[in-house]
Write a new protein. Structure first.
Length: 301
């Protein structure tokens, strides 16, 4: 099955035909941020370029850094891109006349990683400016009642802790307040990448900040293991890719110390393998899986 994967980020839109879990010649444009109309028009124009070269898809999957009502494909909340309140599924189905499925970007990235390593029970944490996450249970994405579940970065690890740096989060002590680039900046007064660079040069203070990040990440991991009992925990995101060697061992040790032993001993830890194409591949896999299920339900498959 040939499907189209669309990965919408705060800085770029990437689109590719996805066949057998591989992206064929992904194409990119800077994300049009002037308005929702400009963004959707930009997505349409790039998608039509891909379709012209590869042929029409059977379905389209879209990953966006937003909260999604999965049943309707409507963007419920969106901080970094102008799509809040937009019925994105309906808008794209009208333009392309094929089934469209819309999900959170961390969910589709987790799906891509699960398929890549052959895991049916996987939890992914994306550590970047914030902390995102996705959960795959028995081969299916866990979304909660309406599609807004698995906000792993907003699990509270310290009830009286730091104010969450997430723009729409009212809470304190969230994992995001301790395990993100924003958290490093708040703690150190320096950009996260500057802290990482200093740590690699042997700066003790910087190493201490990353060790602290690892401890808090381990606290979160212990709870995730106890709740979901995943087979695999995957660490992704820009901060995860650039500096996991400076904190992941600490996180695993702390998680082992805190989690229920029987569940923790079965977990394998790894870094994300799909890299920068995880979003577009995951969006394509979303389209493939959901369209296949839809066809079976209608008695066509």
């Amino acid at each position: 099955m040939q499907v189209l994967g669309i990965d919408v980020g705060g800085t770029k839109v990437e689109i590719a035909s996805v066949v057998d879990g591989r992206a064929l010649e992904p194409r990119q444009i800077p994300t049009p941020l002037e308005s929702s109309d400009a963004l959707i028009d930009g997505i349409e124009a790039l998608a039509r370029e891909v379709i012209e070269g590869d042929g029409p898809p059977e379905a389209i999957g879209v990953g966006v850094p937003s909260q999604i009502d999965f049943a309707t494909g409507t963007v419920v909340a969106s901080v970094n891109i102008p799509l809040e309140g937009v019925p994105l599924r309906d808008e794209l189905e009208r333009r392309f006349d094929v089934p469209v499925f819309v999900d959170n970007d961390a969910n589709v990235a987790a799906l891509a990683e699960a398929v890549e390593i052959g895991s049916r029970n996987l939890l992914m944490l994306t550590l970047g400016t914030g902390v995102g996450g996705g959960v795959v249970i028995d081969g299916r994405t866990f979304r909660g009642a309406s599609g807004r579940g698995a906000e792993l970065g907003h699990m509270v690890v310290d009830a009286n802790g730091r104010k969450c740096p997430g723009k729409t989060c009212p809470n304190t002590g969230c994992l995001e307040a301790y395990c993100s680039g924003s958290a490093l900046e708040i703690a150190s007064g320096r950009k996260g990448r500057e802290v990482v660079a200093a740590a690699r040069e042997g700066d003790e203070e910087a190493l201490g900040y990353l060790d602290e990040l690892g401890v808090w990440l381990g606290v979160g991991i212990a709870s995730f293991v106890n709740m979901f009992e995943p087979e695999n925990i995957v660490i992704g995101g820009g901060l995860g890719a650039s500096s996991s060697d400076l904190f992941l061992d600490t996180a695993i040790a702390e998680g082992r110390r805190r989690a229920l032993p029987a569940g923790f001993e079965r977990v394998s830890f790894s870094l994300a393998k799909r890299g920068s194409d995880a979003g577009v591949i995951g969006a394509g896999l979303l389209a493939q899986m959901e369209h296949t299920q839809q066809e079976r339900t209608l008695g066509r498959g």
